[in-house]
Structures are given as structure tokens and as C-alpha cells.
Design a protein around this ligand. Structure first.
Ligand code: ZN
Length: 173
């Protein structure tokens, strides 16, 4: 991750900066085990064919069970351009709507987001979807051929729904 961070962000460290963002994803899989297997294999990723393997700090299963896979102070390859400063939450599922419509999973994701947002004193606008990555003011990508790359998960429309829900969850004293 240190080599990746130096190449793509100009940062000679694998330790997260901030973090300044919480980023929502869906996995495009139907089970936690398949996500685990993808993240754990220590092979180059399937899209860019580079190491380290893609990952996320948290995966939330359809049951609402939250798994933490990576310490919060480590960078994790989850979104091109933002890994240096973002905590990633992967939701097991095939679409934004599926996650938002699964009350157990959605509630868990919102509560985890509340905890992270309050822990790091982040404004609600810093909770974003993977699909919003290119418009983030934190976006950095030093490798020209990688610029402009994003994924379809959690678009602006659906993240406005999520952010409205997050805004109702005040930080506890
Ligand atoms: Zn994603």
C-alpha cells in the first residue's frame, strides 16, 4: 500500500490521512464470504491488475452484521483517487436500492456512519458514494491513465437519501 500511495498520491506512507471521508459501496455480490475471499487472496485486483488487493475497512452483511477487516489508521484500496483519506464501507448487495431497502443492513450502515462521522468530526457532506468520487475536493490521482475512473455504486441521487438520513443522527455527547 505504501508503494501504491507513493505512486498514485505522492504520499510515502500507508497510514490514512485524516480520514476526511466515509465512502459507501455495494459489493455486487450476494454473500459476505465471496467478498471476504476477494479481499483476502493477496493477488492483483481484477480491474487494474496491481497490488495490493482491493479492500474495505468494513463490510456489512445483509443481516446487518458489521465486519471490520482493516484498522482505521491504514489506507485501503477502495476508490481510485481517494484511498489516502477515506474509510470504506462495503454493503453486501447488488444495488443501492437493495441496500437502502434492507432495513437491518441500512440501519447498521447508518449507525456505523454516525459513529465514524462523529469520531472524526466530519460534516455530513463528507459521507459520499463511490460513484461520487470524481467530484470530491479530496480527489488526487497522479497516474494520468487512471484519472476519471469510478464505479456505479452509490450515486449522487441515492447518496442524497443516505445523507438526509445521516443528518438526522446526531453525535452523542
Ligand atoms: Zn465501490
Amino acid at each position: 500500500m505504501r508503494a501504491y500511495a507513493e505512486l498514485h498520491y505522492g504520499i510515502r506512507s500507508y497510514h490514512i490521512v485524516g480520514p476526511h471521508l466515509v465512502i459507501w459501496h455495494f459489493t455486487a455480490t450476494t454473500t459476505f464470504s465471496s467478498v471476504w475471499n476477494t479481499f483476502a487472496d493477496d493477488l492483483p485486483d481484477v480491474q487494474y491488475h496491481v497490488l495490493p488487493q482491493v479492500c474495505a475497512h468494513f463490510v456489512i452483511d445483509t443481516s446487518g452484521t458489521i465486519y471490520q477487516l482493516v484498522p482505521l489508521d491504514l489506507m485501503c484500496r477502495q476508490v481510485v483517487g481517494l484511498d489516502y483519506t477515506a474509510i470504506g464501507i462495503e454493503n453486501v448487495g447488488m444495488s443501492d436500492q437493495q441496500v437502502i431497502g434492507d432495513s437491518a443492513q441500512y440501519h447498521a450502515a447508518l449507525e456505523l456512519t454516525r459513529w465514524l462521522r462523529c469520531r472524526y468530526d466530519l460534516p455530513v457532506r463528507n459521507v459520499i458514494g463511490h460513484n461520487e468520487s470524481l467530484s470530491s475536493p479530496y480527489y488526487i490521482e497522479h497516474v494520468a491513465s487512471w484519472r476519471g475512473q469510478t464505479h456505479e455504486d452509490f450515486n449522487h441521487h441515492d447518496m442524497n437519501i443516505v445523507r438526509a438520513a445521516v443528518a438526522k443522527l446526531a453525535c452523542r455527547a
